[in-house]
Design a protein around this ligand. Structure first.
Ligand SMILES: Nc1ncnc2c1ncn2[C@@H]1O[C@H](COP(=O)(O)OP(=O)(O)OP(=O)(O)O)[C@@H](O)[C@H]1O
Length: 255
């Protein structure tokens, strides 16, 4: 089970004086251990800024983030991160890229070869372990990045639009992988997306972020059965959530 993440009065302003951009906050939010929380908001509302602050990669202007009560004040290496643009290096094979995440943390990839193979198998890349990123499609590259984010068995995962650039079919298939993984080991997941349907399908909680400066105005618990398969997605309750959230964005003037 993952960590509880507490976000308190968190605010970020870039620059100062006339050029200051108030990007985000103030925001208070508790992400319960083992929950899957999506941040849904219009472009530029500060979602990526929030993710960087949670990861300890960007210093807040005010407020704080705590993992199980411990304040974040440096980059956290115990979490898994995945962005829209993957971080695969071109000179390493797929398996080598996944292993790199272990090496960077001082772990011996040989001791974890079984886990690397199992992860690649789980996303149907077992035949591509020895290939280089340029030999893979965009979807396959994101699947490899997914393995990178998971290989050190992080209990907390931060996903910033990881499926944003993928075609609809690949996206649906990786959503399934992500959901199975979450159901199996219950990490704490914070997931940024622009897709209302994706947020409702994957999340225990959807946070609606206002246009910049982003504030979390609505925290919606998604009370639908797991797994959220095609039948659940076709249910009136699922459609009801999507419709209600669309209404919120229409009121913001962004839909
Ligand atoms: N390093 C920076 N310096 C100055 N301004 C920045 C910086 N990073 C982000 N911003 C500004 O902060 C605001 C929020 O940006 P952010 O990338 O967090 O939004 P977002 O919600 O993730 O957007 P998108 O959904 O389009 O990815 C934007 O107005 C952006 O221009």
């Amino acid at each position: 089970m993952g960590a509880t993440i507490e976000i308190r009065s968190l605010t970020k302003t870039f620059g100062a004086g006339d050029k200051a951009v108030h990007a985000f906050g103030p925001v208070d939010l508790t992400v319960e251990a083992g929950s899957f929380v999506s941040l849904l908001g219009p472009s530029g509302c500060g979602k990526s800024t929030l993710m960087l602050m949670i990861a300890g990669l960007l210093e807040p202007t005010a407020g704080e983030v705590c993992f199980d009560g411990e304040r974040v004040n440096r980059p956290r290496t115990d979490i898994g991160i995945m962005f829209q643009d993957n971080t695969l290096v071109p000179w390493r094979t797929v398996a080598g890229n996944v292993a790199l995440q272990l090496e960077m943390r001082g772990l011996d990839p040989k001791a974890h070869a079984g886990r690397i193979a199992e992860l690649l198998r789980s996303v149907k890349l077992e035949g591509f372990a020895g290939r280089h990123p340029y030999e893979l499609s965009g979807g396959m590259q994101q699947r490899a990045a997914f393995c990178q984010a998971l290989v050190h068995e992080p209990e907390t995962l931060l996903f910033d639009e990881p499926l944003g650039k993928l075609d609809a079919m690949t996206r649906e298939s990786i959503r399934g992988d992500l959901q199975s993984l979450w159901m199996k080991s219950r990490p704490t997941v914070v997931f940024v997306t622009h897709s209302i349907e994706e947020a409702v399908q994957l999340s225990s909680v959807v946070c609606v972020v206002t246009p910049r400066p982003g504030r979390i105005e609505r925290v919606i618990e998604i009370d639908l059965p797991w797994p959220r398969d095609m039948d659940v997605k076709a249910s009136p309750a699922f459609t009801g959530y999507v419709h209600d959230i669309q209404g919120i964005f229409r009121d913001y003037g962004v839909l």
